[in-house]
Design a protein around this ligand. Structure first.
Ligand SMILES: Cc1cc2nc3c(=O)[nH]c(=O)nc-3n(C[C@H](O)[C@H](O)[C@H](O)COP(=O)(O)OP(=O)(O)OC[C@H]3O[C@@H](n4cnc5c(N)ncnc54)[C@H](O)[C@@H]3O)c2cc1C
Length: 415
């Protein structure tokens, strides 16, 4: 993967399906295609729009093309079937809790309550996994996201906190598979959807993947969003020593520290709410899975409410914890029993108060996808995601208005 900004125009056949996905704005930037085809054939590079996109270096084999067609979340996202217990809005659910890591540093450095980090560390310390594959900041570039193979608490702590910028954790999946050890994987919902399908094509991956962990995701902002945020703070990428988007509290500050020792910060409302969320990639706007339906365990912000809206007042962190599979539930229960996490059961209906935006997204995505298809001539195939059913629960007028807005954006927005 290359972090310098490149022209994302293809050097190989423009009819190559991977390039079409990128051109149509349906690429999530997960990097699965790089691992499937090999880095000598596809490499992920930062595009002019500030997203990680595949560049095809040489023609793909028919086999690679077929696997990519089955795995790429820009082409397809699907459950094999809608199982009993599939919630209209929240997908497969076994248990719902809210809680936090009992390790004060993980709770503080974590994005919400350090739930993901606590589970990851518990898996390592209990010997369930040999490593955790997760995104962390690059050791050489304070703005770049890189895959980290975490083997101890220091590694997990280093990766804690959300990084609201592109990441391609599946780009190095071949290396992970080659380690041939039991592991846990942390990624965005689209990364996990692709990982699950990839595992159907690779027996070693399937055998070694102990647990897939995700988080609720409102979309990935371009790295240009981070540059705009830095400018608003009064600094720039050239001056940076470190940068974090949040964490170190809940929700915590976006904080830039420069090499000459100055620091700049702003709150979550201003960083995410007024800058970063205006730079989301198009695919995220038609995402069928903002809540990690393919993961074993999902964490999210268990926001407290105020006047019907999430309240971003600073306080001790709290994670929403969803067990989506029996495996996930078993692992969460053990993490609680071992004392790694403190958590209480939560009624399913409480999730909507904590995550109102995810409710809205799920209700409008059927219409948004249709609008994108009409505007761009193609759209990813979403199968057994319950989207039509969810659309029926939306307010018809606002859903229609939303779809028209997507159509206009899909016509106008450059990729
Ligand atoms: C782009 C993005 C959008 C999000 N949108 C929402 C949302 O709509 N609602 C919501 O409740 N939460 C959202 N989150 C997640 C939220 O910020 C927390 O991650 C979640 O509450 C879990 O917190 P935690 O304390 O349990 O995680 P932590 O213990 O802090 O662990 C966070 C984990 O996320 C991984 N990670 C961080 N950034 C990335 C990245 N860019 N790509 C892949 N992995 C990454 C880290 O490796 C780490 O393992 C989003 C996160 C991101 C990165």
């Amino acid at each position: 993967m290359n972090q310098a900004i490149h022209d994302a125009s293809p050097v190989a056949d423009p009819a190559e399906p991977v390039m079409q996905v990128a051109r149509n704005g349906y690429c999530t930037g997960c990097g699965a295609c790089e691992s499937i085809a090999g880095s000598d054939t596809i490499t992920m590079r930062t595009s002019r729009g500030g997203w990680l996109r595949p560049t095809v270096l040489k023609p793909l084999s028919e086999h690679a093309r077929a696997v990519i067609r089955d795995v790429c979340p820009g082409m397809t996202v699907r459950h094999e079937r809608i199982e009993a217990g599939h919630h209209l809005l929240w997908g497969p659910l076994v248990a719902v809790r809210a809680g936090h890591s009992t390790d004060p540093a993980l709770r503080r450095q974590g994005s919400s309550g350090g739930g993901i980090s606590a589970i990851a560390l518990h898996l390592l310390e209990s010997g369930k996994v040999a490593f955790v594959a997760q995104i962390a900041v690059s050791r050489t570039d304070p703005l770049a996201n890189e895959l980290q193979i975490s083997r101890n608490r220091a590694d997990i702590l280093r990766a804690a906190g959300s990084r609201y910028a592109p990441s391609a954790p599946l780009g190095r999946l071949r290396e992970i598979i080659a380690l041939d050890q039991p592991f846990a994987f942390v990624g965005k919902p689209c990364d996990i959807a692709a990982l699950r399908r990839y595992a159907l094509h690779d027996a070693r991956l399937k055998a070694n993947l102990v647990c897939a962990i995700s988080f609720m995701c409102a979309g990935v902002p371009s790295i240009l969003g981070t540059h705009e945020l830095l400018k608003k703070l009064g600094t720039s990428a050239d001056e940076l020593k470190t940068f974090r988007y949040r964490g170190d509290g809940w929700p915590g500050m976006a904080r830039a520290v420069t090499r000459d020792g100055r620091f700049f910060q702003t709150d979550y409302n201003s960083s995410w709410g007024t800058v970063l969320n205006r730079h989301l990639q198009f695919r995220c706007k038609i995402c069928p899975d903002g809540t990690g339906e393919f993961a074993d365990i999902v964490c999210a912000d268990a926001w407290y409410g105020k006047d019907g809206y999430p309240d971003f007042t600073e306080r001790d962190g709290r994670s929403l914890l969803l067990s989506r599979t029996r495996t996930g539930e078993e692992l969460v229960r053990r993490a609680i029993e071992s004392g790694a996490i403190e958590a209480d059961d939560l009624p399913v209906d409480d999730i909507a108060q904590m995550q109102p935006y995810q409710v809205y997204r799920k209700q409008v995505v059927w219409g948004r996808r249709l609008a994108a298809r009409l505007a761009r001539g193609s759209a990813p195939a979403y199968t057994n995601m319950g989207l039509f059913r969810a659309a029926l629960s939306a307010r018809p007028v606002s859903a229609l208005r939303d779809a028209i807005g997507t159509f206009r954006r899909a016509k106008g927005e450059k990729q």
